[in-house]
Design a protein around this ligand. Structure first.
Ligand code: FEO
Length: 395
């Protein structure tokens, strides 16, 4: 896509990947994505902030064809969707200096084999004058890797944030025009990329709060010209508060676990607790990740396969453990034919979740009255915990 003006002297080059459906061979992209690079033209020097995924490097080089000189290329994040076209951009501009954080230097050397003499490390808070525009670098580690940084332009009150505040959303819109759609995509992005680093993201939000900006230009998705929208969302997602909600990923082979899940859902709803259930045979794991952003309780439902948990449930539990959501409570339910270690297995898969286990219910064969009674008690225990916990907010 051609370069588009954000403010005088600041242009976005959005390389929109409409057809991409999977990121990192892991993350579903139902709405595609974009990789945004930004051109900042000062009176004396020009900077290019980030590049694009190598698959779309032609979309970056085409608008750059009319840009004769780039003095600085800023790499805010070393992951290849932003850095992968650095080699070809540095070839196009042989006198350009590559600017990056201290930790990024090693990554750019090892992942992209950038010649060391092309790289200049910038310190946290360091400024580089372009003439009427100043690049000020702000280290913001763990949004998404440890080397990540933002770039602030004080004269234009513009913050370039790379993955931070991004959304996997293919769109022709330069700015946010459909906040509900962008909120959904940004929350999915947060859940899958940022949630494991919630506490340090809170510190990064505090660090950015002293800067005066009216534009946030991320490297995925549209630009925010009303930044409070996404800043408020991040404050909410990273806060210690959760919702009066249970997330219930499950799978069923012959119907026993499903009957338990359906009974438990009804019992929880009767107690005033919302439930988001995900049949792992068909669900989009991104939707599951999003549900985990706000939920108070995780209840896992699994049948037994060869004495163990179903592999799909194993995967979902491992994923939840990696994403480190702010869950407070958990329970495991399931069924088996002759023997099962499923509950011990699932419990062992979620050590990162600092949860209080409220119960386990394991049924041999078809659920009976005793099982339904246990599920009823479990629902009551969840509702009681949610009601008594001051950090669990009503929906
Ligand atoms: Fe968009 Fe972590 O790369």
């Amino acid at each position: 896509m051609h370069a588009r003006k954000i403010k005088p002297g600041i242009e976005a080059i959005c390389c929109v990947h409409w057809e991409r459906r999977l990121f990192d061979s892991l993350i579903p992209l139902p709405d595609g994505t974009s990789y945004n690079a930004y051109l900042v033209r000062g009176e004396q020097a020009t900077a290019l902030i980030d590049t694009t995924d190598p698959a779309l490097q032609g979309e970056l080089l085409e608008p750059l064809a009319s840009v004769e000189k780039v003095d600085y290329v800023v790499s805010q994040h070393s992951e290849q969707d932003h850095s992968g076209s650095l080699p070809i951009v540095l070839d196009r501009y042989p006198s350009a200096t590559l600017l990056c954080s201290q930790k990024a230097r090693d990554m750019l050397l090892s992942h992209l084999q950038i010649p060391a003499e092309r790289i200049r490390v910038v310190a946290d808070g360091e400024q580089i004058a372009l003439g009427g525009k100043t690049l000020q670098f702000v280290y913001t580690p763990w949004v998404h890797w440890p080397e990540t940084m933002c770039t602030y332009l004080p004269e234009d009150q513009c913050l370039f944030s790379c993955d931070f505040f991004g959304s996997h959303l293919a769109t022709t819109d330069l700015f946010v025009t459909d906040p509900a759609r962008v909120y959904e995509a940004a929350k999915r992005y947060y859940a899958e990329i940022m949630m494991p680093f919630r506490s340090i993201i809170t510190k990064n939000l505090d660090k950015l709060s002293v800067l005066d900006f009216d534009i946030i230009a991320p490297s995925h998705g549209p630009v925010y010209d009303k930044p409070d929208f996404i800043l408020d969302a991040y404050r909410d997602w990273t806060s210690p508060n959760t919702k009066n909600e249970v997330v219930l990923p499950y799978i069923s082979m012959h119907g026993s676990t499903e009957r338990m899940v359906k009974y438990l859902m009804d019992a929880l709803a009767a107690q005033g607790v919302s439930v988001q259930a995900f049949d792992l045979a068909v669900t989009d794991i991104g939707k599951l990740a999003m549900a985990l952003v706000d939920a108070s309780t995780l209840i896992v439902g699994t049948p037994t396969v060869h004495v163990g948990a179903h592999p799909a449930v194993y995967y979902a539990a491992h994923l939840a453990n990696l994403l480190r959501p702010k869950l407070k409570y958990a329970a495991i339910i399931g069924s088996y034919g002759w023997s099962s270690k499923a509950i011990e297995q699932i419990a062992g898969l979620i050590p990162n979740l600092k949860v209080e286990v409220l119960g386990t219910v394991l049924q041999k064969g078809i659920p009976d009255a005793n099982t339904f009674s246990q599920l009823h008690e479990l629902a009551a225990a969840v509702a009681k915990k949610h009601k008594e916990d001051p950090n669990v907010l009503p929906k």
